[in-house]
Design a protein around this ligand. Structure first.
Ligand code: UT7
Length: 327
């Protein structure tokens, strides 16, 4: 049987208009622009409007990706949304997006936190290569600012909202997803999570009073593991793809913290100019970061057709992953 390849048809992204600066945060919690800039590299982030939900951000990003892909909505067989901040606990935001797009595709969400887009890529690749489905719309999107404790300076300075999308399709000739490598370690579940609102700890007045419906993170511990695991995942993805640093035009790490990005670049031994950074503009948008950065790099001409890009992510679970893509 002839091997089915995976072609990337197009990408799109959308961030809400409202900007929250470090100066704004100085008025909300005991922090400073200097601390946030030095410890994270973040200068501002985007905040979703009250009238919008994640499905709206996903819809805007998807429309752009579909337009660039030159396909019609009816061509889409599967919609996958990677998120930890969907419109509702269930049904899947992918189903709400399907309705907004007026599509009849199979639709479901995946929960792999900041690594969600990497996990989604692996699913899309497998669906297409196995012949199960021909065209997949993959979205990474979050409204983290609605699951953030705005009184906790340890976390509220870090997060932002946004969505990115990619259309992937079966191809007889071109192969654009050269490799995807994933990993997870559930022994670290306690380091980054939302304690309440699931079935293990149902929402009660007490959990709300204690703000347990918001993101809790042991930043220092997560930082150390992130650097090691993103480096390893990237090396593995390169190895699977049979590529070396000189083949890669751009590295796009998960945008959680500039210090993590720089540490990973250093460990990989890659030139600083080849490591993409936009964390100063958007903060950490979890599953949306790598796809928004990739779309930005394509749109701005930072990468051109045929270039190889290595994208990598790390997040709650703990989970991690990396992929080598041809643009
Ligand atoms: O996307 C998923 C994965 N997430 C990540 O990768 C995030 C990983 N972690 C990080 O990026 C960093 O650990 C943080 C940015 C969260 C924190 O930076 P840090 O250098 O690890 O700082 P720290 O937590 O060790 O805190 C240092 C000090 C503390 O004060 P003391 O105990 O030394 O007196 C904090 O209370 O900084 C204090 N601090 C702040 N000060 C001003 C913490 N947050 C703030 C703040 N403003 N916003």
């Amino acid at each position: 049987m002839k091997k089915i390849n995976v072609k990337i048809l197009g990408t799109g992204s959308y961030v809400p208009e409202k900007v929250l600066t470090n100066a704004d945060l100085e008025k909300m919690v005991d922090t400073s622009d200097q601390w946030i800039t030095e410890r994270t590299g973040i200068k501002e982030r985007r905040i979703i409007d009250k009238s919008q939900n994640l499905s709206d951000l996903a819809f805007e990003a998807s429309k752009k990706a579909i337009e660039k892909s030159k396909i019609s909505i009816s061509d889409i067989d599967v919609i996958v949304v990677a998120t930890v901040s969907g419109d509702m606990p269930f049904p899947a935001t992918a189903c709400i997006l399907q309705k907004k797009l007026v599509s009849n595709a199979v639709a479901f969400d995946i929960s792999a936190a900041c690594s969600g887009f990497m996990y989604g890529l692996s699913i899309a690749k497998s669906f297409i290569e196995s012949g199960s489905y021909k065209t997949v719309l993959l979205v990474g999107g979050e409204v983290l600012t609605r699951i953030t404790d705005w009184t906790d300076r340890n976390t509220c300075v870090l997060f932002g909202d946004g969505a990115g999308a990619m259309v992937l399709q079966a191809s007889e000739t071109e192969n654009d997803v050269l490799s995807v490598h994933l990993g997870a370690d559930g022994t670290y579940t306690n380091l980054l999570n939302i304690p309440a609102g699931g079935t293990a700890m149902q929402t009660t007045h007490e959990t709300v009073d204690n703000k347990l419906q918001f993101i809790k993170m042991s930043g220092k511990e997560v930082f150390k593991i992130a650097v090691v695991k993103m480096t390893e995942a990237t090396q593995k993805a390169l190895e699977i793809a049979g590529k070396k640093d000189e083949d890669i035009a751009l590295y796009i790490p998960h945008q959680a913290n500039l210090r993590i990005i720089e540490a990973v670049g250093k460990r990989l031994g890659v030139a600083k100019e080849k490591v993409y950074v936009n964390v100063h503009k958007y903060g950490n948008m979890s599953s949306a970061t790598t796809i928004i950065a990739l779309d930005e790099a394509i749109t701005s001409g930072t990468v051109k057709k045929g270039d190889l890009v290595n994208i990598m992510a790390f997040g709650g679970g703990l989970t991690w992953g990396a992929a080598v893509l041809k643009i």
